[in-house]
Design a protein around this ligand. Structure first.
Ligand SMILES: [Zn+2]
Length: 335
């Protein structure tokens, strides 16, 4: 009887085993809305996390859990900033310190060395680092990394990318003593070949496509949810805190740099906690028909060709075991 009771308690408290990572840029009133939250919105986000039993953990803790296969901290949320804007230090940092929340900044050392734009100084970054802020790699010059430039060979491009990643890592280490080998792809742009390079260099790759993070998340394309501009509204954001990562076992056709238009997305996954017939996919407002090729593999393709630049397919399905939770996968495309 007691064992049954214990089992019931365990099932009741079964952890979600998924984390959500947020991406911010500016915390300010007077910066472009698309990449900004106001200080009061930012405070509202953090208050929500605190008041609803979310655990804000450092990216180091999450990466360690993913690498070792240990369970992900329950209701885990990771906070990140890209592009090292000065308001991260003047405005966001004191608020985060007040809440006692760890966070990571992804910086492009070239932009800081040359003071391009309203970016942090190395002195400010050092101060943040001394306060416990994790400082990581956003490529040396914030360059588009996913594919060769016009006329550039594949080998020359990959060599250039390797230099950018390693040089940025070196500069961060010189200035702060930190070297985590985490690369946030500028503009969220990556490709199969770049992911391979990142993996060969022993780095983790972090994107800007939305989605939750789970035990099977590929460590060269970790998703993050945008939390600024139109995404800053807590009404939408709080639903994202209750998303799960589709347990993808193989990315059969998911290269962000497309080779045919519209591109085919083909994924193999564990179909355990969702019903295949409840899988829904979208390209913008266009509803897509996923086709199951076998019990664990589906593919999906837009009807109309994608526009130039970046776009997405989103796929979602409700969790069977966790009421109110949805599996979420966003496939970024670069045309
Ligand atoms: Zn950036």
């Amino acid at each position: 009887m007691r064992i049954v009771f214990l089992l019931l308690i365990l099932l009741w408290q079964r952890p979600v085993n998924a984390a959500v990572m947020l991406i911010y840029h500016h915390v300010a009133e007077d910066t472009p809305r698309v990449s900004s939250v106001t200080p009061s919105e930012f405070r509202e986000h953090l208050s929500y996390l605190r008041d609803n039993n979310f655990q804000v953990i450092g990216l180091d803790v999450l990466i360690d859990q993913l690498k070792t296969g240990n369970p992900i901290a329950d209701n885990a949320v990771v906070i990140t900033f890209d592009d090292s804007y000065e308001n991260n230090f003047t405005t966001a940092h004191p608020i985060l310190q007040e809440f006692g929340y760890p966070y990571t900044i992804f910086i492009s050392p070239g932009a800081i060395d040359q003071r391009i734009g309203p970016v942090l100084s190395w002195a400010q970054i050092k101060q943040m680092s001394d306060d416990g802020v994790l400082v990581a790699n956003h490529a040396m010059w914030h360059e588009h990394m996913a594919r060769p430039e016009q006329g550039e060979s594949e080998a020359a491009w990959l060599e250039r990318m390797q230099q950018s990643i390693l040089q940025a890592e070196q500069r961060i280490k010189e200035e702060t003593g930190q070297s985590h080998k985490w690369l946030a792809y500028p503009y969220g742009e990556f490709s199969d070949a770049l992911e391979n390079l990142v993996s060969e260099l022993g780095f983790i790759g972090i994107g800007q496509q939305s989605g939750a993070i789970g035990p099977l998340t590929k460590l060269t394309r970790i998703p993050r949810y945008p939390a600024a501009g139109q995404y800053a509204d807590l009404k939408d954001l709080r639903q994202k805190f209750r998303t799960l990562a589709f347990p993808i076992t193989e990315y059969l056709a998911a290269n962000q740099v497309i080779s045919s238009n519209p591109p085919v997305l083909r994924l193999a996954l564990k179909v355990e906690d969702f019903r295949p017939e409840q899988l829904r996919c979208f390209a913008g407002s266009e509803v897509l028909e996923p086709v199951w090729l076998n019990a664990t593999t589906f593919e999906v393709k837009a009807i109309k060709p994608l526009n130039r630049g970046r776009s997405r397919y989103n796929c979602t399905a409700p969790s069977i075991s966790k009421r109110g939770y949805f599996y979420w996968y966003s496939q970024p495309w670069l045309n």
